[in-house]
Design a protein around this ligand. Sequence first.
Ligand SMILES: [Zn+2]
Length: 329
Amino acid sequence: MSFTRSKHLAFIQELDGRIQKLDYWQADYLRMNGIYWALTALLLLRPELDPLSNEFDLSSPLTRTDVLKFVVECQRPEGGFGGNVGHDAHMTFTLSAIQILVMIKGLNDPRIDLDRHIRCTLPAQQSPNHLGIQSRQREDGSFSGDEDGEIDTRFSYCAISALKLLARLDAINLSTAVAFVEKCRNFDGGFGAIPGGESHAGQIFCCVGMLTILNIEIQAADRLSEWLAWRQLPCGGLNGRPEKLEDVCYSWWVLSSMAMLNRLTWIDGEKLKEFILSCQDAVSGGFSDRPDDMADIFHTVFGLAGLALLGFPGLDSVDPKYCMPTRFL
Ligand SMILES: [Zn+2]
């Protein structure tokens, strides 16, 4: 199937209208992530597009002014960003908010109080309620996503990726953060969500990404790369762990990990390209998880990012650690 660039651009532009009609409640809850996915997809498709230009406002699902206003309104008084206005803070939304601000060049907007989202600036008696990144780290180095306290290596990645983008890694204890992630490494070279958790390509992206951001060499890289290479199925697509179906989003989690391990050639790139292209919606644009399923923005951004990492012509280059166009880093 040939690459339908103009359809994908139309898909992104019409996203807000689609969201209202289709699965609004889900998109409503994940709106911060959704805007990060849509912006990244748009900027990968349009390498020449400047987010400060008027043209950006014409091709993006929201204008720069609206995106900035939305991110400002999702700031929580107790630190961190919510997934939508009035929603509770969560690490995944905080990372998306910072990625959005980097891409639209909004970090210096006077309405954004970055310090509140990084360090606890509340009076001492209120400090246990702080939900910024620093307060999410526990004594063993792990991070919780929100006040419910769930621990997951995904949140370690969110913390380190966000703080590195802000040049504020000094805010947390890096040595315990790394020690915790190393404890989540398995005998197969992969990583799980918590110590003893099953290896999974999504968690591997997070752990390899975090260690790579910190310039820490990945141990047992050959064993891990072999496990990742086994994720490619005869159809060319990749799965997230053994016995599971192929899925376009794993084109990104597996492939970016291979890129960070300097072993991109261990995957058959041509077959993977064919698989990703077969997941395009040839009529309305966008990518789905597998051929003929319904397209969504999550699989669209990771399909495009996977193609970009494979050097697909006409797409901007993408950074495997951050899943953002390299021109913003
Ligand atoms: Zn998927």
